[in-house]
Design a protein around this ligand. Structure first.
Ligand code: IVH
Length: 690
């Protein structure tokens, strides 16, 4: 190696160290990261690479020489008797195979490798010390050797038992696991933060870390946190032979174990597990960044040992990052059905959470202000456990000079009417009402959509054409269209015209719930529409409902009740509803018996596991919900029935153990068929997936 190469490497290493230190500080101390975890890892890995090639460049204070964060001075220090390790990682099954090969070389001939697989939870590693069954200390991992005492904070997490149950709890046991923020809780927190002007959380992991390090435990208590336990630390008097025994014991003591953790067998089993888990990633309800593969047998673990604070007996298989940074190119303003003007971020396309994202909703201008977005900003995009990507922060340090803030237009970008934002409201609206082409279009689209009147063939493009040509403004006009008018449209032959007319005719036979939903009353989604239909049964009754009476309907509070009354007190809305029903003849069977009958599966809890082929998991869920059943994520003695597709694992085993009815997909489909067609639920799920 030439001196030149060495100096270049030295320079790069020094620069990387500086950058890593800076980002580590931003992340752990300021709770305000500027780069994504994946970007951090990339820098870190590069430094590791250089240091491996030039060992003389390793300095004691290199970020590679410590694991995780230095403990902060705000909390008392906790020394970990058994260091808290980190994991080596891989990104492909080929690399996983190579890892097994390395393991095999260190083992003896007859040693059989059996693996345990778990989701890699994207949260914060925590150690819980139980003495005589009582929780006496909670600590963060810190740098792996020394962490922070966060006992008061962990005690506020309801999923963490303050006392372990069972006669076989060791006198002293240190339980380790991951504290995380469920996706629902993360969104709910940010929703509230958005309203109160508090600083939102950028991702669930940050949320968990920040919450655990609150100085006031009352603040931690307000955060939605939970925990999965996955390993044992310093526990002198307990020597279980296998990891699976540890988790079984944990479960019996009342500790929370990940329901998807399971013995996967050989590497093929692991590969299947990894694939199946990735497919479920968005439905888990918590963020994961991969799967962890662990050797189950502790004797073998001992033989394998560890290198640089990473055990050789475990490896993390990483999935696509759910966070990425990109550039905000522009902000567009879209006009919705009710005139709401929504800013939409136009992004330099970026791959995140397995998809390419180029647009992200910004909700409203308060959100834009709260994020302090400027055009040209480098922004972080986050997409976890849900399909909607969001902009989580702007990296102010990378802001181009002279960058401007996006501004709410004064006039509707579609019809030019003034944009209004009433005092105290966050949403700006176009004041054009149904004079606005965008609102007309959106209202018609909604009216024709699958959950509303389901007018086949009336897609977005056709609606656009009809509105642009001035043929249709209100849903009433749809039913007045003639064959000649339709056949004269671009890309529309006589056949398609006839089909559309037939579809319009067919749409007149509907349900009251669909009709109410189709009207597009603000805050009235399909569930509320169904509840309203069940209670009022006729349009005449619904039109005369007052705020007090409406509040007896499920999910209708004073705000929604007022929106409904407002809607029907506007003469044009009222006239529209009446004319559609009485004039056009849109009608529905008035249910007199059916309405009071409970759905057939009310009170039942079902579990879906393995792969379904005839429908997606969401569809199956929606079908069951529509029949009154709840769908749970794990099997318990309260489970009514388990639907097991190919690849079903621990849930199936559990159901069999508990003697719970298990049916395969075909039997499930047959069973659903027996309850009659219920397309509604299925469509509902699909609608939500978009
Ligand atoms: S095992 C040596 N199991 O990943 C064993 N870790 O990169 C280390 N993590 O600090 C822990 N889910 O915070 C293990 N099921 C799981 C995990 C998990 C998430 C985290 C943990 C650890 C980091 C290692």
């Amino acid at each position: 190696m030439t001196a030149g190469v060495a100096t270049k490497a030295a320079r790069e290493a020094a620069e990387l160290r500086d950058r890593l230190d800076y980002h580590l500080h931003r992340y752990h101390v300021l709770d305000d990261p500027e780069i994504t975890d994946a970007e951090y890892d990339e820098l870190f890995d590069r430094l590791v690479e250089i240091e491996a090639a030039h060992p003389d460049l390793v300095v004691p204070d290199s970020p590679t020489q410590r694991v995780g964060a230095e403990p902060s001075e705000r909390f008392a220090e906790v020394r970990h008797e058994v260091p808290m390790l980190s994991l080596d990682k891989c990104n492909s099954i080929v690399e996983l195979n190579a890892w097994e090969e390395r393991c095999r070389r260190l083992l003896d001939e007859g040693d059989e490798l059996r693996y345990y697989c778990e989701p890699k939870i994207d949260g914060v590693a925590v150690s819980l010390l139980y003495r005589d069954g009582a929780l006496v200390r909670g600590a963060t991992r810190g740098n792996g050797e020394t962490g922070e005492d966060i006992t008061a904070n962990v005690r506020t997490i309801r999923e963490i038992p303050l006392r372990l149950r069972g006669a076989d709890v060791p006198a002293s046991v240190e339980v380790r696991g991951e504290v995380y923020m469920p996706i629902d809780g993360f969104h709910a927190f940010n929703e509230r933060a958005r309203e109160t002007g508090e600083r939102p959380i950028i991702n669930p992991r940050n949320g968990a870390a920040g919450s655990l390090r609150q100085l006031d435990p009352a603040m931690t208590a307000k955060r939605p946190l939970s925990m999965f336990c996955y390993s044992v630390g310093d526990t002198p008097d307990w020597t279980p032979p296998r990891h699976s025994d540890v988790l079984e014991a944990f479960r019996s003591w009342g500790l929370r174990i990940n329901p998807r953790a399971r013995l996967a067998g050989d590497l093929d089993g692991c590969a299947q597990y990894i694939e199946a888990l990735e497919a479920e990633r968005d439905d888990l309800g918590y963020a994961i960044d991969g799967a962890v593969v662990k050797v189950d047998d502790f004797d073998l673990r001992d033989k394998l040992g560890q290198v640089t604070r990473k055990p050789r007996w475990a490896i993390a298989y990483k999935y696509a990052a759910e966070e990425a940074s990109t550039v905000l190119l522009d902000v567009d303003f879209q006009v919705g059905r009710t005139g709401a003007i929504t800013p939409v971020a136009k992004l330099e396309p970026v791959f995140v959470g397995g998809v390419t994202v180029s647009n992200a909703t910004l909700h409203n201008m308060d959100e834009v202000a709260r994020l302090d977005l400027h055009l040209g900003d480098t922004v972080m995009i986050h997409r976890a456990g849900d399909v909607i990507p969001r902009v989580s922060k702007a990296v102010t340090s990378k802001r181009p000079v002279g960058a401007r803030r996006p501004e709410l237009p004064k006039e509707c970008p579609v019809c030019g009417s003034p944009v209004v934002k009433p005092e105290g409201e966050v949403v700006a609206r176009c004041s054009g009402g149904l004079r606005c082409g965008a609102q007309q279009r959106e209202r018609l689209r909604h009216f024709a959509s699958r959950l509303a009147l389901d007018i086949e063939g009336l897609g977005d493009k056709l609606v656009d054409q009809l509105v642009t040509q001035g043929l249709v403004q209100s849903p009433l006009d749809l039913y007045r269209l003639t064959r000649e008018q339709l056949a004269g449209l671009e890309r529309m032959g006589e056949k398609s015209a006839d089909n559309l007319l037939a579809a319009l005719q067919a749409s007149k036979e509907t349900t009251f719930a669909r009709f109410i939903y189709a009207l597009g009353i603000r805050e009235v989604g399909e569930a509320t529409a169904a509840a309203l239909a069940g209670r009022y049964r006729t349009l005449a009754h619904l039109l005369t409902a007052d705020v007090a009476s409406l509040q007896h309907v499920e999910d209708v509070g004073p705000i929604v009740a007022a929106k409904i009354v407002d809607f029907f007190s506007a003469a044009d809305n009222r006239a529209l509803a009446v004319e559609l029903h009485d004039g056009i003849g849109i009608d529905w069977p008035t249910p007199d018996v059916l309405d009071d009958a409970a759905p057939p599966l009310v009170g039942q809890t079902w579990v879906l596991t393995g792969t379904l082929t005839a429908m997606t998991r969401n569809e199956a869920k929606a079908r069951l919900n529509a029949l009154g059943a709840k769908v749970a994520g794990s099997v318990s003695k309260n489970t009514s029935c388990v639907v097991a597709g190919p690849g079903a694992g621990s849930k199936l085993a559990k159901a069999e153990e508990l003697g719970i009815e298990v049916i395969d997909e075909q039997a499930f489909v047959d069973k659903l068929g027996g309850f009659g067609p219920s397309e509604e639920g299925v469509e509902m799920a699909q609608e939500h997936e978009i």
